[in-house]
Write a protein that binds this ligand. Structure first.
Ligand SMILES: [Zn+2]
Ligand SMILES: [Zn+2]
Length: 281
């Protein structure tokens, strides 16, 4: 849903790389993540002499020396067309966006292209369930709509635990999804017990986070304070209407929980100012 990364001026050490799991998401890009908690820490983009290492900004926990709350300077959104609805880029409308056309060349007219997608009726796909599937596809399940037709909640979280567990500063959740609405592809209950491709990380007392043991994608969050529900990582949802899955979810445009925890306060000030765009998009 979001992937924030900043370039490193020199490659990381071998010891750094050895501590992490490498997963190639394409023939050019490899992502490095922690096998214990699933946090995505760095990525490597190598394309014929144009190598670039980047560090995931959510994995940064402290800035040494004087710090004014501004960690990142946004230079743009990439692959916005993949989201079909703009995704979280709608909350940072002033950063340049790069759509990719059929030939793979960037086009900067994001607003026009998103308007075309909307006019094509992307929020009315007639989908009955949302498929959730990680990048490597080993973790796959479905979320069913509520019987009363009520939309599920979607929320952005700024808490330190989410940030460090995913390696991303802004984390989106399908929040408080009743467990009976989550099923494996064969229709059996997603009971939260470790599936063979799921790994569990207890990020605090009574909290279990699950992630894919092959690609490191975050999958879900369970707290024993709310045993009837699960939060599902929004990034693995594959709703046909787009990454915001608005035919199934109502986004919370009023608040961002744990805003005070955000390391990059400047980023959240911008996102909060444009939060209503999640519903308007
Ligand atoms: Zn996976
Ligand atoms: Zn959180």
């Amino acid at each position: 849903m979001t992937y924030n990364a900043m370039p490193l001026s020199s490659p990381p050490t071998e010891t750094f790389k050895e501590k992490l799991v490498k997963y190639a998401t394409s023939d050019k890009i490899s992502r490095y993540w922690c096998s214990t908690c699933g946090s995505h820490v760095a990525n490597y983009h190598g394309s014929g002499g144009d190598d670039q290492w980047k560090v995931c900004t959510g994995a940064i926990d402290e800035v040494l020396g004087e710090y004014d709350g501004k960690l990142e300077k946004y230079t743009g959104h990439i692959f916005v067309a993949d989201t079909r609805d703009g995704g979280l880029s709608v909350c940072l409308p002033d950063a340049p966006s790069y759509m990719e056309d059929a030939e793979g060349s960037p086009s900067k007219d994001t607003k026009k292209e998103l308007k075309q997608l909307r006019e094509a009726g992307i929020h009315d796909t007639g989908e009955e369930m949302i498929e959730a599937k990680c990048h490597c596809e080993k973790v796959r399940f479905f979320i069913k709509p509520a019987e009363n037709g009520k939309k599920l909640q979607a929320v952005l979280c700024a808490c330190r635990s989410c940030r460090l567990s995913l390696g991303q500063p802004i984390v989106s959740w399908a929040a408080n999804v009743p467990r009976e609405q989550i099923v494996w592809p064969d229709g059996s209950a997603f009971d939260g017990n470790p599936h063979q491709s799921l790994k569990v990380y207890r990020s605090s007392e009574g909290v279990e986070r699950r992630f894919c043991s092959t690609c490191g994608a975050s999958v879900c969050f369970a707290s024993n304070k709310e045993p009837e529900t699960l939060d599902v990582a929004f990034g693995i949802l594959r709703a046909k209407d787009g990454s915001l899955a608005k035919s199934f979810f109502k986004w919370d445009t009023e608040k961002i929980p744990f805003l005070e925890d955000a390391l990059d306060q400047d980023l959240f000030t911008l996102v909060k100012r444009n939060l209503s765009a999640l519903e308007d998009a």
